[in-house]
Design a protein around this ligand. Structure first.
Ligand code: SAM
Length: 429
């Protein structure tokens, strides 16, 4: 074990600036990476060349070692140590051998919501937002003379990509933050990206079936929609009818029919016009069989919302409520396309909501994306408020071996959080 790792075990008390923070800064200044893992140190000491898949970083060790009887002064030093590590590129979503990020370690230790937890979440937000900026084709980097500066920024923002011996875990954790991404741990990220859960064109050619309270892909049993989400749909439906401009002209649009759960709820409120966007031929067939095409106030927009909704922008159609819940799409679809459409189609008093599954198979990712989406929406002049709702316990890992687990015949559990952050989005006043 390296001296840096030894330090992070916080064995000597009290935890003071001199013994800990200054030493930590010294190691980092001497060139030891903030992402230097226990596994790398072990390999180095034992002359092993083969890289290990887990990445237990100094941040993991600190999160594991924070004493339960820590006092305020010591807490402040630990928080400064964490900040120093983040600044030097500690990865917020690297995982140890238990498949835990530093945030997950805190959660296991009952430190959810603590200042340490907030430190992890904020670091995740910074990394995600900055990474996106760096990937933005409109961001220009200066040429050669400043190449070094550019590299420094990339290292700080996304050190995990530089330092992690195995990218797959990292990519999986990030990928888990995407709506509609439903892969198994055994499935490579690449397979998942190209499969029905990750690629819309593949999904739209994949046969679906409705069975036992779920809509799934016929061959792979990817869960497209499941009955357990009904309370979340109810919250979405209620939000859309919360702020009606003119009760004689209530327009609602739902993007993604799935099992028709939210659409059935919308119908029960009898809006003037109820638009439904749906792209999958098997779902459209089911809608036809179930009489959705005959409903007098329903307008079905067949095809991808990206192709059907923009034309409404020129037709003078505006909505009191917009709901979005699709499959196989990614957060980029929301940021790069959907929010533009929402801003154009929402009435000034209208409410936009969506199935918030962003990062929902890991609480720390879920809370990172809660903040990221807030930042992104504010760039569109939109304000989001989240209501915390309990998520069914039958979705949690603890229930996996029980008969009641909702994931029994489903390829991948895409939800693992005890809480659902239901979003209500309005124009900023
Ligand atoms: C999770 S389900 C929606 C469930 C729905 N909220 C309910 O209450 O039953 C997702 C639906 O979005 C549809 N979908 C996926 N991508 C789409 C796109 N680009 N445009 C329109 N519909 C899409 C899928 O075919 C699927 O029917």
């Amino acid at each position: 074990m390296s001296e840096l790792h030894e330090l992070c075990y916080l064995k000597t008390r009290p935890i003071t600036k001199e013994t800990y923070l200054d030493s930590l800064k010294g190691y980092l200044k001497a060139g030891i990476p903030a992402t230097y893992t226990l596994e790398e140190a072990y390999n180095y000491e034992n002359g092993i060349e083969e890289e290990q898949s887990s990445t237990t970083t100094p941040m993991h060790i600190i999160c594991e070692s924070i004493p339960s009887d820590i006092n305020k002064d010591e807490e402040s030093v630990v928080l400064q140590m964490m900040e120093e590590l983040w600044l030097n590129g500690a990865g917020w979503c690297l995982v140890n051998e238990k498949n835990e990020t530093p945030g997950c370690v805190l959660l296991r230790r009952g430190l959810h919501g603590s200042k340490y937890w907030e430190s992890c979440v904020d670091s995740g937000v910074r990394a995600e937002v900055l990474l996106r900026k760096l990937n933005d084709p409109n961001v220009e980097f200066l040429d050669d003379p400043n190449e070094e500066i550019e590299e420094d920024i990339v290292e700080e923002a996304a050190p995990v990509e530089e330092e992690v011996p195995e990218l797959t875990e990292e990519e999986v954790v990030i990928e888990e933050s995407q709506p509609g991404s439903k892969n198994t741990k055994e499935e490579s990220v690449e397979d998942m990206y190209n499969g029905p859960a990750g690629a819309t064109e593949t999904y739209l050619k994949t046969e679906l079936e409705y069975k036992d309270g779920a809509l799934v892909t016929k061959e792979g049993s990817d869960g497209v929609m499941m009955q357990w989400e009904d309370q979340l749909m109810k919250a979405g439906c209620e939000s859309m009818f919360k702020s009606i401009e003119d009760p004689t002209e209530v327009n609602i649009v739902n993007i993604g029919f799935g099992m028709g759960i939210i659409d059935t709820m919308i119908q029960s409120k009898n809006p003037t016009k109820h638009y439904i966007c749906e792209a999958h031929p098997d779902v459209l067939k089911k809608m036809r069989q179930d009489g959705w095409y005959e409903k007098p106030n329903v307008v079905i927009l067949e095809g991808k919302w990206q192709d059907t909704l923009p034309s409404l922008l020129t037709e003078g159609v505006f909505f009191d409520g917009i709901y979005y819940d699709t499959f196989s799409e990614h957060y980029e679809d929301m940021v790069e396309d959907l929010f533009d459409v929402v801003v154009g189609l929402l009435k000034p008093t209208g409410i936009f909501s969506f199935f918030n599954g962003l990062g929902a198979d890991r609480l720390v990712c879920y809370e990172v994306y809660k903040k990221v989406v807030d930042i992104d929406l504010s760039n569109y002049g939109l304000n989001v408020e989240f209501q915390s709702l309990p998520a069914p316990v039958t979705t949690l890992e603890e229930a996996d071996n029980s008969e009641d687990s909702v994931w029994k015949d489903i390829k991948r559990a895409y939800w693992r959080c005890p809480v659902y952050y239901h979003p209500e989005v309005r124009f900023m006043s």
